[in-house]
Design a protein around this ligand. Structure first.
Ligand code: PMP
Length: 379
């Protein structure tokens, strides 16, 4: 380097210089169980309906799309009304390119310099990045040994930290843990007493995997009517088997939705996305038809893993309300991950040391995973 060459050739923000883009390894292997996708492809009927809807939208591609996408928002409200029995209208709904982008809107509107977002670790690692990108301070409280949140600890932490955003994930990624209703109540009560610019904290419940929850586990949607500061996010990427579509959404008080609109980019949802999402929603019963199978497959996988022993001790397996299973504890989890990959099975090395996460696939994929794990880990 000469004196005339700057140390850094472009003015990347200093705090980003050591950062890497987020993402699991994208590898071309036969068995992909690493990003919690739904393994079932859409049927020929669904494909042709989506294609027809996209073709119709393409005839007016010279025009910008409907910026407020009210028809799609009405369809999403209709889906949630049917799924949860909660009375929601288009004005309660927001959507973006994946729930990741919805979350970025939430941070854009309610985070910012001098403010703090709070969550409970281990949890979805993207949250810290939304905080970083919106110049919001990031704080995590800890979950207990079974990955649950203690309501008293949560309430105390909220009082101490005075966050403007509290993020809860139910079921949690990577652990699969559903949020206990009393935890949500305690968090909402503590959030109501926070004062950031004279307002309470917003409480975001990320329900990306909610459709996979076990019988009797409630959705936070049921509390929306009582709490104008509650936001529930969902996605079409998981249960809907439409990860490639990039459509995530939120349900909230219309005043919250008005705030999110302020920070969205103009026309952020393309006409193609809107048309494809609406067509997919028309086929919701078919697209969601594998959810019951995946839940049964998940429960069977949890039982199977609990029956295996490593060095004489049973494997530790977290309860799961999602379409993935978190298990361990491996003295060298990377070696297990690599051994599975060498056998064509890609899973995820994520969260606390010793643990691995596997998505629930088709029965054949699960079988391949089990065989590979027996070989690699000697369980
Ligand atoms: N929330 C959680 C907890 C997730 O695990 C994911 C995806 N891995 C997302 C949100 C984002 O999903 P998408 O952007 O595909 O809607």
């Amino acid at each position: 380097m000469t004196d005339s060459q700057p140390a850094w050739p472009v003015p990347l923000r200093p705090e980003l210089r050591s950062e890497r883009p987020y993402g699991a390894p994208q590898l071309d292997v036969p068995i992909l169980l690493n990003v919690n996708e739904n393994p079932y492809q859409p049927s020929a009927d669904v494909v042709s309906d989506i294609a027809a809807a996209v073709a119709a939208a393409a005839t007016t591609l010279n025009r910008y799309p409907d910026r407020d996408f009210l028809a799609l928002r009405a369809d999403l409200a209709g889906y949630l009304r049917a799924e949860s029995g909660v009375d929601l209208a288009a004005q309660n709904m927001w959507a973006a390119n994946g729930s990741n982008e919805v979350m970025a809107h939430i941070f854009g509107a309610f985070g910012g310099p001098g403010r703090t977002a709070l969550s409970f670790a281990p949890t979805y690692s993207m949250y810290a990045e939304y905080a970083r990108d919106s110049h919001t301070d990031w704080m995590v409280g800890q979950r207990d040994g079974s990955f649950a949140i203690d309501p008293a600890v949560a309430a105390r932490t909220i009082t101490d930290v005075q966050p403007s955003i509290i993020l809860l994930t139910s079921p949690n990624n990577p652990t699969g843990t559903a949020l206990e209703p009393e935890v949500l109540r305690a968090v909402l009560a503590a959030a109501a007493k926070v004062r950031v610019d004279d307002a309470p904290a917003v409480v975001v419940v990320d329900e990306a995997y909610a459709e996979f929850r076990r019988e009797g586990v409630p959705s936070a949607l049921e509390l929306l009517g009582d709490y104008p500061n509650l936001i529930v996010t969902r996605t079409m990427s998981k249960a809907f088997a439409a990860a490639g579509l990039r459509l995530g959404y939120a349900a909230a008080d219309p005043r919250v939705v008005d705030c999110l609109q302020i920070v969205r980019l103009p026309y952020h949802l393309s006409a193609i996305t809107q048309a494809a999402a609406r067509a997919a929603l028309r086929h919701q019963s078919e697209l969601l038809s594998k959810v019951a199978d995946l839940r049964a497959e998940r429960d069977a996988l949890v039982s199977w893993l609990r029956g295996r022993r490593l060095d004489g001790k049973p494997l530790t397996v977290a309860d799961s309300d999602a379409n993935f299973v978190y298990f361990g504890l491996f003295p060298d989890r990377h070696a297990v991950w690599q051994g599975l990959l060498d056998r064509g099975v890609l899973i995820r090395e994520v969260g606390p040391d010793g643990w691995l996460r596997v998505s629930v696939g088709t029965p054949a994929e699960t079988e391949a995973f089990k065989q590979a794990l027996i070989e690699v880990a000697g369980i």
